[in-house]
Write a protein of this length. Structure first.
Length: 139
């Protein structure tokens, strides 16, 4: 007599739950989503096992987990078109957002502007040694 899907799941998948949760916590970008991720994995496993039981359930479990985490990472990188349309309403003059060093010289990059106030004394001279003629011209 063949096992029911529920019996198979309890016997082959649930014993790996602790290892699964450790794997999710280690690989996921948001530890708060671990329970939701586990739930989605179990749904995918059950749907696949209804069609055909995997020959290696543990390997299948972690393969499904890896694929789900990849899918979620891809989905999180997608920017909604609505958000991009809202950017047009935020038009400001470049002079309003151009970073300027304390010396009055515009900084070439916003990353340098954020780094400048917290630079160590060893780095700070490199940010201020440019004489005004080497400053970036205002746009």
């Amino acid at each position: 007599m063949e096992d029911t899907l529920e019996d198979w799941f309890r016997r082959e998948i649930l014993p790996h739950e602790a290892a699964l949760m450790r794997f999710i916590a280690r690989k996921s970008t948001n530890a708060n989503d671990a329970q939701d991720i586990r739930h989605d994995i179990y749904i995918r496993i059950l749907e696949a096992a209804e069609r055909s039981r995997p020959s290696s359930p543990k390997a299948f479990l972690f393969s499904v987990t890896r694929n789900l985490l990849i899918d979620r990472a891809r989905r999180d990188r997608i920017v909604a078109i609505d958000l991009l349309e809202d950017m047009d309403t935020l038009r400001v003059l470049i002079d309003d957002v151009t970073p300027v060093h304390a010396s009055g010289c515009e900084l070439a990059d916003w990353r340098v502007a954020y780094m400048s106030p917290c630079a160590s004394p060893a780095i700070e001279p490199t940010l201020t040694i440019a004489p005004p003629k080497f400053c970036i011209a205002p746009i």
